[in-house]
Design a binder for this molecule. Structure first.
Ligand code: ATP
Ligand code: MG
Length: 458
């Protein structure tokens, strides 16, 4: 049996829920081996709270059901997986297995049960994901996952080229784990990820989307940016629309780096929010198509925000991001260069355009990060203006002003009471009143609004 790491068991012991222990004990009492395995062992060793607890055993699904008294669901019988429900907590238990041949780069051609834990661990993708733990044996770590965790290195189990050839998704998983945990990627693993990136073309958009979503939540934006730059070619494999930004000389005194580097640097500076990070990563995607060199030798990019929004929409839809995410990212990309003047009126209009406080804050955050990633000489002046504008937006929010027609202190009902009929004219009148409020001509108060409201048919 593989190496045992007694001392490290402690950080796991104190986290294993009683429900998991109960299933382990019942399997053991019936004479079977049982371990917790994979991501939960990795997370517990890192001192993090695992989000799910997976178990593995030498019992077959039928044997598991006989040995364990809790309610069971046949979630993946074909793959040897049973879910036990203990006090409303689902616990997945899978028989040791090996997977043979991945002729499509996605699914194993067949799944066979394995005789021993080590065999099961050897089919897993990375050393830090190929560890198991039990009370008796402590941490079982045949591939050096504990040392890699300590050194913060992501390394494939066995031959990296083979592992990525079996399942192309592992290339994205490599980028995701390295980004989220702040790891570097082992040299052979990195080389194989570059070499095997085409395998990603066989992987479903949904699986890629899941990995990208987790990757964008990486707590350290700078590290995420480092990984994205190291694996730009992999990123372009899944987002070919961005490839023309790579090395694009901006030829403009406001910029001191190429377009791709600039976008990744902006992404590094925004909070770990999916919409904000994606918007930052895509915000100048329209520049290559819009580059126009003026007579002064300076390049201009008129229309690039709209072109970028179009590119972002196609790209995010293809990758099957949720509709709300697509809409918000597209909006942010389209708006990122619409410079507001620092007045109270423009702050109210800005909020009205965003239609929602959270999105307005995201747009401001994107604009600020964009500004900070320009050439140093051009950073300060605009940055001050944006700070001032941000304060005006906060003030407008505090005023509780109206930012959509629905925020008005009167509604269509009030106009109906005054003899208006349902229909587009009524909507137009509400919109007219809203514009008066937005421009600061009248306050958002019932009396003021009613006194300004026109008579029907006027
Ligand atoms: P997460 O934090 O996203 O849950 P995880 O490592 O637990 O990360 P899961 O997808 O839950 O990932 O998979 C559980 C375990 O199964 C992994 O730790 C790994 O051992 C193995 N595994 C999952 N996907 C793959 C894959 N594509 N190739 C090889 N092994 C995999
Ligand atoms: Mg998991």
């Amino acid at each position: 049996m593989a190496e045992v790491h007694e001392a490290r068991s402690q950080s796991i012991v104190k986290r294993v829920p009683l429900s998991v222990r109960a299933v382990m004990e019942q399997l053991r009492a019936a004479g079977y081996e049982s371990f917790i395995v994979g991501g939960c062992v990795r997370d517990a060793l890192l001192g993090l709270e695992p989000h799910d607890w997976d178990m593995t055993t030498n019992a077959t699904p039928d044997q598991m059901k006989e040995a364990v008294s809790f309610h069971s669901i046949d979630t993946g019988l074909k793959h040897g997986t049973i879910t036990f429900v203990v006090e409303h907590e689902p616990i997945e238990v899978t028989t040791y297995r090996i997977e043979s041949m991945y002729s499509d780069g996605r699914h194993p051609d067949s799944v066979e049960f394995a005789a021993a834990l080590d065999e099961d661990l050897s089919r897993r993708d990375f050393t830090v994901n190929a560890m198991a733990w039990s009370d008796e044996l402590g941490v079982v770590d045949p591939f050096g996952g504990v040392v890699d965790l300590e050194n913060k290195v992501l390394r494939c189990v066995g031959d990296a080229n083979e592992r990525f050839s079996e399942d192309g998704l592992r290339v994205m998983r490599a980028l995701r784990f390295a980004s989220v945990y702040g790891f570097s990627v082992d040299e052979a693993t990195a080389l194989a990820a570059h070499n095997r990136k085409q395998m990603l073309s066989a992987v479903s958009e949904e699986r890629i989307c899941t990995e990208l979503t987790k990757m964008m939540a990486a707590p350290d934006g700078e590290h995420l940016a480092l990984i994205i730059k190291q694996f730009s070619d992999v990123m372009f494999q899944i987002m070919p629309e961005l490839a023309p930004t790579y090395g694009l000389d901006q030829e403009n005194p406001h910029h001191d780096r190429d377009c791709w580097t600039h976008m990744v640097d902006v992404m590094a500076q925004v909070e770990p929010d999916l919409v904000l990070r994606l918007a930052a990563l895509l915000h100048d995607a329209g520049k290559p198509a819009c580059k126009m060199k003026g007579e002064d030798g300076v390049a201009h990019y008129s229309g690039h925000a709209e072109e970028g929004a179009r590119i972002a929409e196609g790209l995010l839809r293809r990758l099957k991001f949720p509709r709300r995410v697509v809409e918000e990212v597209v909006f942010l990309v389209e708006q990122h260069d619409k410079w507001p003047s620092p007045t109270a009126k423009s702050a109210r209009r800005f909020l009205a355009r965003c239609g929602d406080e959270e999105l307005a804050r995201k747009l401001l955050a994107l604009m600020k990060a964009d500004r900070r990633s320009h050439a140093p000489e051009s950073v300060s002046e605009k940055a001050d203006e944006l700070e001032e504008f941000g304060a005006l937006v906060e003030a407008a929010l505090a005023e509780d002003a109206a930012f959509t027609v629905n925020d008005l202190e009167i509604s269509g009902r009030d106009l109906l009471m005054r003899g208006w009929k349902e229909g587009p004219a009524l909507g137009d009148e509400l919109q007219r009143l809203f514009d008066l409020v937005l421009s600061g001509s009248i306050p958002n108060e019932r009396e003021a609004l009613l006194s300004q409201a026109m008579e029907p048919g006027a």
